[in-house]
Design a protein around this ligand. Structure first.
Ligand SMILES: Nc1ncnc2c1ncn2[C@@H]1O[C@H](COP(=O)(O)OP(=O)(O)O)[C@@H](O)[C@H]1O
Ligand SMILES: [Mg+2]
Length: 239
């Protein structure tokens, strides 16, 4: 099992958006994927409630149960575990980072967001887990993101993921129907960015990216021998 934690002490920066888009990408590539929603606001869980295709699973859990539920997820053979965390909850963020193989810190290239990132960057220095900032809601002007990247890497000492996510309607609109951008606009720019982020994430985790085995409607695609027969059932944990 590989675990990815989405962390940023600031809210509204894209933790849940990146968590769900990555989780859906792993699931669509045939990995049994589980999202643990550690935010009392439960936006990942609400996305799942609205979702017709019930994969990937999303479980809303109390932070105190994290270690136990991570263990259960491993025991039932989860392939990829995604931890979506709450803002303003340092101890939970720290514990999620400790459970993770990779920490992603979504952030927007605004001066307010960058200033607020110091707390998160300092917190991540307490754990020995690879962590990267992911620039999100990036405007079309390249210089804004370039400057943000310089500040994050230089001043905060946090490496920056080479894939940037633009400010795009698809990321927001898809949530209404419990979908992801790659499902509502498979040929769109958001879908292409998510595909690149997915590939990069696989590389960081030392996992093969694999082929698409599920369509957005949850149907199996005949890409590889055996891929058709997979039964995508996922026992519930933590409930
Ligand atoms: N790249 C993006 N382009 C457009 N809207 C975005 C993007 N990323 C996030 N959003 C929107 O911004 C809001 C906050 O994002 P969210 O992922 O919930 O942040 P967090 O989980 O960090 O609080 C949501 O309405 C989301 O749909
Ligand atoms: Mg959130």
């Amino acid at each position: 099992m590989r675990t990815i934690a989405l962390i940023n002490q600031k809210g509204g920066v894209g933790k849940t958006t990146v968590a769900l888009h990555l989780a859906a990408a792993f699931q669509l590539h045939g990995r049994d994927t589980l999202v643990l929603d550690l935010d009392p606001q439960a936006s990942a869980s609400e996305w799942h409630d609205a979702r017709e295709n019930k994969l990937p699973h999303v479980e809303s859990i109390q932070p105190a149960r994290l270690a136990k539920v991570v263990e259960q997820a491993r025991e039932i053979g989860t392939g990829v575990l995604v931890l979506d965390t709450a803002p303003h909850a340092e101890s939970t963020a720290l514990e999620a980072a400790r459970c993770a193989d990779l920490v992603l810190v979504p952030c927007q290239p605004s001066i307010m967001d960058l200033r607020a990132m110091r707390k998160t960057a300092d917190l991540l220095k307490l754990v020995r887990v690879p962590a990267f900032a992911v620039l999100n809601s990036v405007p079309p002007q390249r210089t804004v993101a370039d400057e943000a990247e310089e500040m994050i890497a230089g001043t905060l000492g946090l490496p920056v993921c080479p894939v940037r996510l633009g400010d795009r309607v698809a990321y927001d609109r898809c949530l209404i129907t419990g979908q992801v951008a790659q499902e509502i606009e498979p040929a769109g720019k958001a879908a292409a960015e998510v595909a690149r982020l997915y590939m990069w994430t696989c590389e960081q985790l030392g996992m093969p990216a694999g082929e698409l085995v599920l369509t957005s409607a949850g149907e199996h695609v005949d890409v590889a021998a055996g891929a058709n027969d997979r039964t995508h059932t996922h026992a519930h944990v933590g409930g």
